[in-house]
Design a binder for this molecule. Structure first.
Ligand code: SAM
Length: 202
C-alpha cells in the first residue's frame, strides 16, 4: 500500500497565489501538466529529470488519485498532483513568470459543435500560459484530433512570442510504459495519427 497523500495538493488549501518553493521544498524549475490523467507523463518525466519539479492538474478525482499513486509507488519527491480545474488554477493561483514548461497532452476534444466552447485550448488559457511561462520556457502539445490541432496552432500563432520548434523523434516503445501518456499509448497501438507541437516562449 502506498501513501499518495504527500503527493496531493488539496484545492481547498491553495493560497491566493502559490509559492513553488513552498510546494516542493526547493527552488528548482517547475513544469506543469494540464489534464494529467493517470500520471504516466508525470512519473516518467520526473524519473528522467530528478533535477526538475513537475506539477500535474487533473480535474477527475479518480485519475488524480491514480496519478498520485503512481508517483508514490516510484517514491518520486519531485511531483505534486492537484485534483482540480487547471483553468481556474492558471487564472487564479499560478504565479506569473514561474514555469519552465507547460505540457498539454490529448485535451478533451468535445466533438459536438455546441460543446466546443468547453475546450481547454482557448484564448483565456493562452493568456494565462503566456503570463506564467518564463522567457525561454517550452510549451508542449499533443492531440489525435486534426481539426483541434489546427485550432490550437492558430490560437498559438496569434501570440508571436511563441516560436515553433522541431518535434523530437518519437521512438518505438519497448515497454508498455514507454509512452508519453496513457492516451498516447492507446492511440499509437490503434495506429491513429498523433499531432504534436512544441514552442519556445521568447
Ligand atoms: C483525454 S484525457 C488525457 C489524459 C492524459 N493527458 C493522457 O494523455 O493520457 C483529458 C484529461 O483532461 C482532464 N481535464 C479536462 N478538463 C480539465 C480541467 N479543466 N482541468 C484539469 N483537468 C482537466 C480530464 O479529466 C482527462 O483526464
Amino acid at each position: 500500500m502506498t501513501d499518495a497523500k504527500p503527493y496531493t495538493i488539496e484545492a481547498e488549501s491553495l493560497p491566493e497565489v502559490v509559492s513553488w518553493p513552498a510546494i516542493f521544498g526547493n527552488d528548482r524549475s517547475v513544469e506543469l501538466e494540464i489534464g494529467s490523467g493517470k500520471g504516466l507523463f508525470l512519473a516518467n518525466a520526473a524519473t528522467a529529470h530528478p533535477e526538475r519539479n513537475f506539477f500535474g492538474i487533473e480535474k477527475a478525482k479518480k485519475y488524480a488519485r491514480r496519478a498520485a499513486d503512481r508517483v508514490a509507488k516510484r517514491s518520486l519527491t519531485n511531483v505534486r498532483v492537484l485534483p482540480g480545474d487547471a483553468k481556474q488554477f492558471m487564472a487564479k493561483h499560478c504565479p506569473a513568470r514561474s514555469l519552465d514548461a507547460i505540457h498539454v497532452y490529448f485535451p478533451d476534444p468535445w466533438w459536438k459543435a455546441r460543446h466546443k466552447k468547453r475546450r481547454m485550448f482557448a484564448e483565456p488559457l493562452m493568456l494565462d500560459i503566456e503570463r506564467t511561462l518564463i522567457p525561454g520556457a517550452d510549451l508542449w502539445v499533443a492531440t489525435d484530433v486534426n481539426e483541434y490541432y489546427g485550432v490550437i496552432r492558430e490560437l498559438i500563432a496569434a501570440h508571436p512570442r511563441f516560436v515553433d520548434q522541431p518535434i523530437p523523434e518519437v521512438k518505438e516503445a519497448e515497454h508498455e510504459l514507454d509512452y508519453l501518456t496513457s492516451f498516447e499509448r492507446k492511440y499509437r497501438i490503434e495506429g491513429r495519427p498523433i499531432y504534436r507541437a512544441h514552442y519556445r516562449f521568447d
